[in-house]
Design a protein around this ligand. Structure first.
Ligand SMILES: [Fe+2]
Length: 970
């Protein structure tokens, strides 16, 4: 029920109005009260509960009663895990032992230290009422605790009294059932309390644990995660949005019942979502007549933001050591749930999109895997999944989340999905847990993703083997296309794969078809990337706690090699880079297919908390930690033949491929170093998260890897990993050297059109990309063919023959996209040149801004400035950017080139709203009024605002401003 957290989830069951602990073979099951805490305000309180044994037998060691002050130094989401292993900060126990006597035990410093015990009883009543009275003694700063036990007839049975320091009540409040020697299982009922020390925590009801959503092409998909609840009367969730202060219901959804194995989430799919503004939402479930809410914000689609930021996480261990062992320390040193440091720091980046790339849970954390029965496996997973939901919910409630499960999420150490088949041996490929359970896992994590396999004419997309659905898809958000792949589901098993390479797979045929169509689909996108579990390469040389050396890890996507190459060819079609997790080792690599670095880049996030470290140290070809730092950046080739020229690193692998390594976040542990931050096991194993900034204006992408301890607001607390940040251009994701070029494409269309180049001999797409700022010289990699160019503005050029650039240097064109600006605004300089030599702009080297002979640079001069482009030091051309002072506008709003701007002006009685106009200009000199239908006006009595009705893209050739057109008559 709401307000409780059970350890474990499946160790507690509500039956006949009571809650029963139903596990008899483990110690100290606890049921935490989440929505009430005890505050140390020096106030008195009482607690009461009825209890008895419903299964098993009593013994002297059995216990039932209250725990106060569990895990006081933990975040509340961590303290509610306190159970089983006795250790520091377990709390204070007050209850009865198996002989019926009242007992108070201090478990705050390890072990159970008896503070007080009442008279032993002949028997344990099977219906005992426990009354706890806690009186604050101000002169000593202590609580006087009195625990009385009564039987069913209200007959007093036993009393224990003790005095404890008042701060020992701080922490989580729980009920405890401890089995003793004869597997006693206790029931509880009528749990109540009173007094000012009891602090209600209404936001910790856990009736809805959290939400995730995506927004794609006008469709909102949102899931709300619930705890297990009674599905017999078909509970429904409602989704409301707040409009002018009023909550308005927009959808309702049932709780999942698929396969009678509920994922206990409800899934909303809302079409025609207005993504032009932030929408406050709440989800509501009604339990026993009481509504419970979880709120968030569906953010406005940030299409007008210049840079889209993405936070990427993967692989989070939540404990160091076994919580079921006595001696476990219930403090943040050993219990890392809920990774507050990491998630607080991620929140400070305020990412536009959040990625959870796999291993959101580990099957052995925080408790050992329990797949003993279908019931146990179901709830064992949910118990672990809920912990992740609680970690991430403050992030996921306010921005789109791409969450994809990896191997550990489906209780496998490795996963070669083999198209979804069942297996008894994961190495030969397939899933070794029941399909219905795998499907349930995928529903909890990925049900809110956009519809899978979106170009497949069959919708919903067909499942794979055992009826397991797919979730690979695309999400278009903020002008960025995110291709979401599940790179495990189709992959061939590693052990005894078919000898025919055509029968070995990495991506599935349907995924490859999706990527081909995706490459040509540039609607509302300026940049594209791929998000998946593991990078397409073998980017690790050492692995595990002993850092064993092995270049042949088929769990990496370096295998099968030909399929890995094929994947990079598909990504190259639309200049995509890859964001991945899985490896626990942050790397940044340009991949090679036929030669070094002729394909795109992969960025791998570090583990958020790492227990299986990996390292990239190809020069050190022996196992164990490094004795010194060897070169690890540069071009490396896994050589299948084992015949490398002398002097090259000895990378004899069964799967040859090229890697150009630009960064690798090897752990401090690998180099026998330390960050000197506690806990070392968390901070010295390369833990952290990634931030990717995608700048649409200059089409550059910056990759950052952050350690957990560095607060991005306070640089003195730490900085990014040593090799980061790194920046690439979108076009760098095709690393081939052009053999020739097609003619320069120039256009006045706004936004810049999509350019697609096809091989005319076989109609194959060579690549597709949205041109930048209306100028492109399409590169070609085979001069022996003819090509067709298709532009999204409708123009088609057939029979195009590639030409090589002439040897003699020349400036073909040089201009400013906006020749006149106002102070504070920017113009874009563009040039088209032939030269392999030096390129300077007013003395600055601009070679890196010049790709395929086409260059762009944004400038923001404050006064009229002349720009001189010079190549090879001799050939020059100059242009002027004029900076104008605008004539004063009547309202306070200056001209802007952002069509999303809201213009406002004081509105005086008697003024006529229709006289408030938006005017536009392309040269800042001649202004013309926009037709009234193309913008909206609103008055609130003292202010009038005007805004364009639709988002008129794009950078930056049209200016708008608002004016009062006084004096015109109707
Ligand atoms: Fe992992």
């Amino acid at each position: 029920g709401p307000g409780f957290w059970g350890n474990r989830l499946h160790d507690w069951q509500v039956r006949d109005g009571r809650i029963n602990c139903i596990l008899g073979n483990r110690d100290r099951r606890t049921l935490h009260k989440t929505n009430t805490t005890l505050r140390g305000n020096g106030q008195d309180f009482t607690l009461s509960v009825r209890t008895g044994i419903h299964a098993g037998q009593s013994s002297k060691g059995a216990r039932s009663g209250f725990i106060l002050g569990a895990g006081p130094s933990l975040d509340w989401r961590g303290s509610l895990l306190v159970h089983d292993g006795l250790g520091r900060d377990f709390g204070v126990f007050l209850g009865i032992q198996g002989d019926g006597s009242a007992v108070i035990e201090d478990m705050t410093s390890g072990g159970a230290n008896l503070l007080a015990a009442g008279e032993p009883q002949a028997t344990l009543s099977n219906n005992t009422r426990l009354d706890l009275t806690a009186i604050y003694l101000s002169e000593t700063g202590t609580y006087q605790l009195t625990l009385d036990a009564f039987d069913l007839n209200n007959t007093f049975r036993s009393r224990a009294t003790a005095e404890i320091p008042s701060d020992q009540i701080l922490g989580s409040l729980a009920l405890l059932s401890h089995k003793g020697a004869n597997d006693a299982r206790f029931w509880f009922d009528d749990f109540s309390g009173s007094g000012n020390a009891l602090n209600p925590e209404p936001n910790r009801h856990l009736a809805i644990l959290g939400t995730m959503y995506t927004l794609n092409r006008g469709t909102l998909k949102l899931t709300a995660q619930l705890p297990p609840l009674d599905l017999t009367d078909s509970p429904k969730l409602i989704l409301e949005i707040r409009k002018e202060g009023i909550w308005e219901t927009i959808a309702s959804a049932p709780v999942d019942t698929t396969d009678n194995l509920s994922s206990y989430n409800a899934s909303f799919r809302v079409l025609d979502w207005d993504d032009t503004r932030d929408s406050e939402f709440r989800t509501t479930v009604t339990i026993d007549g009481s509504p419970y809410h979880w709120n968030g914000t569906i953010r406005k689609n940030p299409v007008d933001k210049q840079s889209i930021s993405v936070a990427a996480t993967a692989c989070q261990r939540i404990t160091d050591g076994k919580i079921q062992n006595n001696g476990f320390d219930w403090s943040p040193v050993l219990l890392w749930q809920p990774h507050t440091l990491a998630f607080n720091h991620i929140a400070k980046h305020d990412p536009d999109v959040f990625l959870a790339l796999g291993d959101q849970i580990y099957e052995g954390q925080p408790t050992p895997e329990d797949s003993g029965t279908n019931f146990n496996r179901h709830h064992d997973y949910l118990y672990k999944w809920y912990l992740w939901v609680l970690q991430a919910r403050e992030i996921t409630k306010d921005r789109p989340t791409i969450c994809i499960p990896d191997d550990h999420d489906v209780y496998q150490g490795n996963l070669w999905g083999e198209g979804g088949i069942f297996t008894n041996n994961q190495n030969t490929g397939g899933y070794d847990e029941p399909a219905s359970w795998v499907k349930m896992v995928e529903r909890t994590q990925a049900l809110h993703l956009p519809d899978s396999d979106p170009y497949n004419p069959t919708q919903p997309a067909p499942p794979v083997a055992q009826g397991i659905p797919t979730y690979f898809t695309g999400m278009i958000y903020g002008g960025v296309g995110f291709a979401i792949l599940e790179d495990r589901k189709f992959k061939t098993g590693s052990s005894n794969p078919p000898s025919d390479p055509n029968q070995q797979f990495l991506l599935g045929t349907r995924q490859k078809n999706f990527l081909r169509t995706w490459a040509e689909d540039w609607d509302d996108q300026e940049l594209k990337c791929v998000v998946s579990q593991s990078p397409f390469g073998n980017i690790r040389t050492h692995a595990g706690s002993g850092y064993g050396f092995n270049l042949n890890d088929r769990d990496t996507n370096g295998w099968p090699t030909h399929r890995r190459n094929e994947a990079w060819e598909l990504l190259r079609l639309s200049r995509m880079f890859q964001i991945a997790g899985d490896q626990h080792l942050s790397t940044f690599v340009q991949h090679g297919i036929n030669r070094a670095a002729d394909a795109g880049f992969s960025y791998t996030t570090p583990a958020l908390a790492n227990f299986f470290p990996r390292a990239w140290d190809p020069i050190n070809n022996s196992a164990g930690r490094a004795t010194s730092v060897s070169p690890y950046k540069g071009d490396f080739f896994f050589n299948g033949e084992g015949t490398l020229p002398s002097g090259e690193p000895n990378l004899r692998s069964q799967f040859p491929h090229h890697l150009r390594v630009l960064a690798a976040g090897n752990t401090h542990q690998y180099y026998n170093e330390t960050r000197n931050i506690s806990p070392a096991n968390l901070h010295d194993r390369g833990a952290g998260y990634g931030i990717i900034q995608m700048n649409k204006a200059n089409r550059q992408i910056t990759f950052e890897t952050w350690p957990l301890h560095a607060d991005p607001d306070y640089p003195s607390t730490g900085s990014q990993f040593k090799d980061w940040p790194l920046t690439i251009s979108q076009t760098d994701n095709d690393g081939r050297i052009p053999t020739g070029y097609l003619p320069v494409i120039s256009t006045d269309y706004n936004p810049p059109p999509v350019l697609k180049v096809y091989d005319e001999t076989n109609d194959e797409l060579i690549y597709a990309i949205r041109t930048r700022d209306n100028l492109a010289r399409p590169p070609i990699y085979d001069n022996a063919k003819t090509y067709r160019i298709e532009l999204s503005d409708g123009r088609i050029f057939t029979n195009q023959i590639p030409v090589t650039l002439p040897d003699d240097a020349s400036i073909n064109s040089f201009d400013a996209l906006i020749p006149r600006i106002t102070p504070g605004q920017s113009s874009l300089l563009r040039w088209d040149i032939n030269s392999g030599g030096t390129i300077t702009l007013n003395e600055d080297n601009v070679r890196s801004f010049t790709i395929d002979g086409i260059g762009f640079m944004e400038v923001s001069p404050l006064e009229t400035t002349t720009y001189t482009l010079t190549i090879n030091g001799t050939i020059s051309q100059a242009i002027e950017v004029q900076v104008l002072q605008l004539p004063p506008v009547i309202d306070p709003t200056a001209a802007t080139n952002n069509s999303q701007t809201t213009f406002s002006s004081p509105y005086q009685a008697g003024a006529r709203a229709e006289q408030f106009m938006i005017v536009k200009s392309t040269d800042l000199i001649n202004w013309s009024p926009l037709p009234a239908a193309s913008f909206s006006r609103q008055t609130n009595g003292t202010t009038i605002t005007a805004k364009l009705s639709s988002f008129l893209t794009s950078y930056p050739s049209v200016f708008y401003r608002a004016e009062w057109k006084m004096g015109t008559s109707r």
